[in-house]
Design a protein around this ligand. Sequence first.
Ligand SMILES: CSC[C@H]1O[C@H](OP(=O)(O)O)[C@H](O)[C@@H]1O
Length: 368
Amino acid sequence: MKVDGRHFRSIWRERDGWSVGAIDQRRLPHEFVVAKLTSCEDAAVAIRDMLVRGAPLIGATAAYGMALAMREDASDAGLKRAYDTLVVARPTAINLKWALDEMRATLAPIDPLERAEVAYARADEIVEQDVEINRGIADNGLKLIEAIAAKKPGETVNVLTHCNAGWLATVDWGTATAPIYLAHERGIKIHVWVDETRPRNQGASLTAWELGHHGVPHTVIPDNTGGHLMQHGLVDLAIVGTDRVAANGDVCNKIGTYLKALAAHDNNVPFYVALPSPTIDFAVHDGIRDIPIEQRSGAEVTDMTGRTADGRLETVRIVPEGSPVANYAFDVTPARLVTGLITERGVLKPDRAALAAAFPERIASAAK
Ligand SMILES: CSC[C@H]1O[C@H](OP(=O)(O)O)[C@H](O)[C@@H]1O
């Protein structure tokens, strides 16, 4: 989307035809730095250390990581090594394995001499497909926003979102933010409550940054505020992203999403989840039981980084030395708390039948 009027994507193939540019999201919102990935290892580290993050962007980065790997070693052993290196970079977003499986299915059958060129072409397709899918999510989600706007003519539609499921979490448009950007472009009065989303503060540092630079009205709120806003009628709907949706409609997303869904349910606030179909894991039938929840470094909880009054970036400790911390990166919202799944093929009920009917080809591939 736009950064002060100039269009950006989160990741791209550079003009040299082989290296990969990506916005270093660890530096936002205070610095806009572009990283250059020149090896499979670079791609794996970028995913692991969250230089890039967000399920679809993780998949796109892994796809280019495989292409970078084929430049290094296009043998069968090289292909296996690249897959094995990338697939363990982060455990929860299924888009990582989805993209790697797509790349391996494309590359394994062909002559190693052709693999590098074909890998870049397939990675480019995955990237363009993400943008196209998210544009479809925008169209389908817009209908929900328009229906709310029609009931309150002249008033603002207030949307709450959690973490960052914006264009920075994908190649472009975002998932949860895609309908928001389209509504804004269509002139609908919209405002976004942005959960700061401790401990990595991706709402405060990424969602606020991208909405602000695209000109979308928003307010950053502490994570614990959403329930209060819902009780007082200040949230018309919630739209969040997801890292993995189970076949039964359970939704895995950034830690704290489940609590937001409970508050929405208690206040009859529609709670939608926006996702591209590669985020559906038809091999998982109980999200709470079976989706692996990443646990990250305790330093993300004990420390905070910010800008000082004189413009320096500093990291400070906010937890007593010696106090143990736990840092669960995701939680799972049961399908019963989800109003609908906004996909590129429509807004679906969060259940097995609806998902299977909308994506029969995915059922077939999961059965293999
Ligand atoms: C469009 S996927 C966005 C999803 O990914 C984020 O997780 P992370 O930043 O740790 O990769 C978060 O759960 C978002 O909702």
